[in-house]
Design a protein around this ligand. Structure first.
Ligand code: MN
Length: 204
């Protein structure tokens, strides 16, 4: 955990290339100009352009804004969809240092795929980190299961404390948030289900 992880200039070229390609493809599919994409995501046109040229390694917060603006699961930006005809063994430790230096790390344990309709992320929150999440598409349901430390989840307008082994499920099509009030990192699993959404989502 910490400092030296992925300064922008050394983010893995493969990740930067995947991000660039995904963003270009999503924008093309929607027929959005850079101006439109900036308006939909709240991320500057300059930053979007840098990402599309694989010149920038955005923070997780930025990625999340882009994913929300495009109504796309976050993991679509982190790695290509994983097929599930075969067992897939995954290591959070190996995935955790992507995509950028950030007070919140995301390990896409099981990235979104359209057949299963969910993504399972491991989130690591630095001490004192607080994040307010953009509402997802109508019908999206989130589950947060604390696996290490303690954290608080903003649901229905108030913060609820969860300790190790405790979990909450909530509608995520409205404002919600995560924070770590403690002095040690907090780790949770975040299972985001898209099966209740009326509209098809654009990850694959
Ligand atoms: Mn969320």
């Amino acid at each position: 955990m910490s400092k030296k992880q992925n300064p922008p200039s050394t983010a893995t070229p493969a990740l930067a290339a995947h991000l660039a390609e995904t963003l270009r493809r999503l924008r093309a599919e929607r027929g959005w100009s850079l101006n439109r994409a900036a308006a939909e995501t709240g991320v500057s046109k300059a930053m979007l352009g840098q990402i599309e040229r694989a010149e920038s390694s955005p923070t997780v917060a930025t990625l999340w804004r882009i994913a929300s603006g495009f109504h796309t699961p976050l993991s679509a930006f982190i790695e290509p969809p994983v097929r599930h005809e075969k067992p897939a063994f995954r290591s959070a430790a190996a995935l955790r240092d992507r995509p950028a230096s950030d007070p919140m790390w995301v390990a896409p344990l099981f990235p979104y795929d359209s057949q299963l309709g969910f993504e399972l992320l491991e989130l690591t929150l630095a001490p004192r980190y607080e994040r307010h999440s953009e509402p997802h598409l109508p019908g999206v349901i989130e589950h947060v299961i604390v696996v290490r430390g303690t954290m608080e989840v903003l649901v229905d307008g108030s913060w609820h404390a969860l300790s190790e082994g405790e979990a909450v499920r909530f509608p995520a099509d409205r404002p919600h948030g995560y924070r770590n009030p403690g002095e040690a990192p907090a780790v949770c699993h975040n299972l985001i289900c898209y099966t209740g959404t009326a509209a098809p989502i654009g990850a694959e």
